[in-house]
Design a protein around this ligand. Structure first.
Ligand code: PGU
Length: 402
C-alpha cells in the first residue's frame, strides 16, 4: 500500500471551523429548542447588492451567446485585473502583476509552493489558521508542542503590545504572514508599524505574504489599506485579497494576488515568473461569472454597494462591541474590521466558548484556535443578519456573567 504524506499526520486535530460546527451540532442535538445564533465563522449573510448581482447575471447570460461566450482565462479577465490595479493600487501594477483567483484562502495555500518545505515561517500569534496549517501541509513545520509548531516563529500579539508584534523575533530569510486588518484580533496596523515591517523584511531577507482580506472595512483614512502604500513593499511583499467579505462573494469565490515583478528570491530569480508558472500549471482560473461580478463591483455603483455592505457589518460590530463593553468585558477591533476580540483573563477560551453557547445559545470562536497567544480570548464575528445580532446582544446582556 501507498504510505500517507507524513506532513498531514503532523496537523494538530481538525481545522478550526469544522470543529466549531461540530460542537454547534452536538449542542443543537442535545438542545433541540435552542435558537442558536452564529457569531462564529466569518461567513457573509446579506444578499449580493443589485448592481453587482446584475453583473453576475449578465456574466451568466453572455455565456449562452456566441459573441459573449468565453472559456479558460489564464490569470483572469484583463478588464478585471486593470480595474483592481486602478481601484486598489492607484494603477501602480501592470495587469500581469495581478493574478485572479478563486479566493484568498486558495491562494494562501498555493503560494506556499513557491517556497517549499525548507522555508522558515513567522506568523502573528494569534492568526488565521490557514497560514500555520498550510505550512504544516507543505512540510515547513512539524512536531506540535503546546506552544506551537517547530519551524514556525510565533509573534505574540497581545494586549500588552497593543496587538502589534515584536519584529525582532523574526529570523533571517523567513516567510512572514501578516494580516491587517487582523483576523482574529481586529487590530489594524498603522503606517509607521507597516513601515517597520517592510524595513525588517528587507533587512532580514524575508518575504511577506500580506493578507488584506478585510481592507475594505477600514474607515480611518490614516490607516493603510494595502502594504504597497509603504515604500519598497513591492521588493518584499506579495498581497492576497478577496471579494468575499466586501461584496458578499464567500460562496461565489473570487480573489486576487499581487506578485510584483520587483520581488526576487535570494538568488535573484523572479518570484513573479515562478508564480505564473505554478498558477498556469495547476490552476485554471476563477469562474468567468464570478469575474463578471467582480468587474461590476469595481464600477462606481459597485464600489458604493461594497461600502454600504461593509458599513452594515460594521454597524453590527459596533453593537457587539458596545454590548461587551457594557458588560465590562475588555475588547478591541470592530471599528475598522468585522471582528471583535474579547478578553476573558485567566479563562480557557474553549471553556468561555462553551459557556456562551450554553447560556446564550450564541456561537463564537475560541481564541486558542488561532494560536497560543489567543488563549483567554474569544472572537465575535459581525457577519450576521441585524435581527440576529440584536438578539445575540440582548442574550449576552441578560445571561452572560462569566
Ligand atoms: N484571509 C483571512 C484573513 C480570512 O479571515 C479569510 C476567511 C480568508 C482569507 C478567506 O477568504 P476567501 O477569499 O473567501 O478564500 N476567514 C473566515 C472564514 C473561515 C475560513 O476557513 O476561511 C474566518 O472566520 O476566519
Amino acid at each position: 500500500m501507498i504510505t500517507r504524506n507524513k506532513n498531514i499526520a503532523n496537523l494538530k486535530a481538525g481545522y478550526l471551523f469544522p470543529e466549531i460546527a461540530k460542537r454547534r451540532r452536538e449542542f443543537a442535538a442535545a438542545n433541540p429548542d435552542a435558537k442558536i445564533i452564529s457569531l462564529g465563522i466569518g461567513n457573509t449573510t446579506e444578499p449580493v447588492l443589485p448592481h453587482i448581482n446584475a453583473g453576475l447575471v449578465e456574466g451568466a447570460r453572455k455565456l449562452g451567446t456566441v459573441e459573449g461566450y468565453s472559456g479558460y482565462q489564464d490569470e483572469g479577465l484583463p478588464l478585471l485585473r486593470e480595474k483592481i490595479s486602478k481601484v486598489f493600487y492607484n494603477g501602480k501594477f501592470s495587469i500581469d502583476e495581478i493574478f485572479i483567483s478563486d479566493g484568498s484562502k486558495c491562494d494562501i495555500g498555493r503560494l506556499q509552493m513557491l517556497f517549499g518545505s525548507g522555508v522558515k515561517i513567522a506568523v502573528q500569534d494569534p492568526s488565521y489558521p490557514v497560514y500555520v496549517d498550510g505550512s504544516v501541509i507543505i512540510g515547513a513545520a512539524a512536531s506540535f508542542k503546546d506552544t506551537g509548531y517547530a519551524g514556525i516563529t510565533y509573534l505574540p500579539c497581545t494586549a500588552e503590545n497593543i496587538f502589534f508584534p515584536n519584529l525582532d523575533l523574526i529570523e533571517n530569510n523567513s516567510l512572514i504572514y501578516f494580516c491587517s486588518p487582523n483576523n482574529p484580533t481586529g487590530a489594524v496596523s498603522d503606517r509607521a508599524q507597516l513601515t517597520v515591517l517592510v524595513n525588517t523584511a528587507i533587512t532580514k531577507g524575508c518575504i511577506i505574504i500580506f493578507d488584506a482580506a478585510y481592507s475594505e472595512f477600514i474607515r480611518d483614512s490614516s490607516l493603510p489599506k494595502t502594504i504597497y502604500e509603504i515604500d519598497r513593499a513591492d521588493e518584499c511583499a506579495i498581497e492576497v485579497n478577496s471579494f468575499s467579505k466586501p461584496a458578499g462573494f464567500t460562496g461565489i469565490r473570487l480573489g486576487w494576488s499581487v506578485v510584483p515583478k520587483a520581488l526576487k528570491y535570494a538568488g535573484g530569480e523572479s518570484v513573479h515568473a515562478d508564480w505564473s508558472r505554478i498558477t498556469g500549471t495547476i490552476f485554471n482560473g476563477a469562474s468567468n461569472i464570478a469575474q463578471a461580478g467582480g468587474i461590476a463591483a469595481l464600477d462606481d455603483e459597485g464600489i458604493k454597494e461594497m461600502r454600504a455592505l461593509t458599513d452594515f457589518y460594521l454597524t453590527n460590530a459596533k453593537l457587539i462591541r458596545e454590548t461587551l463593553q457594557k458588560l465590562g468585558i475588555n475588547c478591541i477591533g470592530g471599528d475598522n474590521s468585522p471582528y471583535i476580540w474579547a478578553r476573558f483573563p485567566g479563562k480557557d477560551s474553549w471553556e468561555v466558548f462553551a459557556q456562551i453557547l450554553e447560556k446564550c445559545h450564541v456561537v463564537t470562536t475560541p481564541g486558542a484556535g488561532f494560536g497560543p497567544a489567543g488563549q483567554g480570548f474569544v472572537r465575535f464575528s459581525a457577519f450576521g443578519h441585524r435581527a440576529d445580532v440584536e438578539e445575540a446582544c440582548n442574550r449576552l446582556t441578560d445571561k452572560l456573567s462569566i
